[in-house]
Design a protein. Sequence first.
Length: 175
Amino acid sequence: MKKASEHIAHPALSAGKVDVALAGCGGTGSMLLVRLSRLAVTLRALGHPGLNVDVFDFDTVSESNIGRQAFGPADLGRNKAVTLTTRVNSALGVGFDAHPERFNARNTHFAIVISCVDSRAARREIVNANQGNTTCYHLDAGNGRDFGQVVLGDGRGLAWPMTRFPELFDAKIDD
């Protein structure tokens, strides 16, 4: 009888609150932030310490964001990270932190890095910022006009997606 594959989670995921970085609050990131806040509440309800989520986005809400991202007309001109983080903190009491800036090399202490950015350059910045750091997992998500992709990798080898799947890093993503 064949044994099922198993994944042994990194100890950082059970040693206390899990430090998560969310880079990008556009179409994918804004929806994912809402789900992360609900996950944090559920984990606490189940006796786990929960999540520490730091949200990074330097961009402001524009008219084209309304309707396809988690923003409304009252959010126009406001920073995306600050607006959404304030919203989930108020609604669910999660205590996430907003950073109205790009994710960069100063931000390297996270067990999980989730990138929801809209360009090859932004993806490369995140991968390069994490080289040699303590990230356990890197999840990259994005979508274009007629495609979507999710890449999950071990944080120790963050350069692999750029060399193995160059099309993900060469295409302009509409996020």
